[in-house]
Design a protein around this ligand. Structure first.
Ligand SMILES: O=P(O)(O)OC[C@H]1O[C@H](O[C@H]2O[C@H](CO)[C@@H](O)[C@H](O)[C@H]2O)[C@H](O)[C@@H](O)[C@@H]1O
Length: 261
């Protein structure tokens, strides 16, 4: 284990009240599945987060999903103290209340343009998230070639609509600019006056959050929820959502042991 991993985990366990644990949703808490609407938290996930939420200062999910969707698919409504930052930080869900800015004016153009682009493309799916719109190629006969073929026209559409392209696992998303998971996590660390941080993610959209952990100056750990689809540099690599939940359980065990001892 790298030195900063050990230091970060030790700091979380020694001072759980000052800890922020940040988690991505898809691919980190929820296994990747073909249909985005069928994604659900891995078995036992809500229980692990409920336990951890009662032990640490701040538990936050930072996701590309709408916050309410992550709460629903994760069965997370009762997790103590949980904050969910949806749409890469545009939205904030906390204690059942959602705060969100108005919908970006470019979304209508993006939605119509994407529908026209993918008309007739077999297996290509549009996910309309109200504040963003995504095109998925996972169910196409050649998912990677289809993704590559869409990259340029999707970038042109985003530029015309005043949106940014967020690439991910067999997905291109058009969303409002000016925020990412790094900006969102950095602001959250400041808000909570964090004294340590861990962030776990699995995709390109999580890289700014990993950079925020490294740039925070805090004892911190980046965790890659590993999968064969992409490689991401992180302090710790675990085996997908099951590995993430095992890690979180082991942190909860260590905190309880420390508190009891
Ligand atoms: O920030 P996240 O919580 O990781 O969300 C990123 C995107 O995840 C979803 O797409 C991914 O998961 C799907 C379900 O497993 C999978 O079918 C797809 O191929 C993946 O890219 C979600 O559908 C997007 O809206 C999120 O932005």
């Amino acid at each position: 284990m790298r030195a900063n991993t050990t230091d970060g985990l030790k700091a979380i366990v020694a001072d759980p009240a000052g800890a922020v644990i940040g988690l991505d949703f898809d691919g980190t808490l929820s296994p990747i599945v073909a249909d985005p609407a069928a994604a659900r938290i891995a078995p036992g996930g809500a229980e692990v987060l409920t336990r951890l939420g009662g032990l640490i200062g701040s538990l936050v999910i930072v996701t590309g999903r709408p916050a309410a969707v992550a709460v629903e698919y994760g069965s997370l409504a009762a997790v103590p103290g949980l904050v969910v930052l949806g749409h890469y930080g545009l939205e904030r869900w906390e204690a059942g209340a959602l705060a969100a800015p108005p919908v970006h004016p470019g979304l209508d153009e993006a939605r119509a343009g994407l529908l026209a682009l993918v008309a007739g493309l077999d297996g290509v799916r549009i996910e309309d998230k109200e504040r963003a719109v995504a095109v998925h190629t996972r169910q196409a006969s050649d998912p990677w070639a289809t993704l590559e073929a869409l990259a340029e026209p999707v970038a042109a559409l985003a530029a015309s609509a005043g949106l940014t392209v967020e690439p991910g696992k067999l997905v291109l998303e058009l969303r409002p600019p000016g925020i990412d998971k790094g900006v969102a996590l950095d602001a959250f660390l400041r808000e909570r006056a964090a004294r340590s941080v861990l962030f776990a993610g699995d995709d390109l959209g999580d890289l700014p959050a990993f950079a925020a952990v490294r740039g925070s100056g805090l004892p911190g750990v980046t965790v890659f929820s590993g999968s064969p689809e992409i490689e991401v540099e992180a302090d710790l690599v675990v085996d997908g959502p099951t590995g993430v939940l095992e890690l979180l359980s082991s942190i909860a065990d260590a905190i309880e042991k420390e508190t009891a001892g």
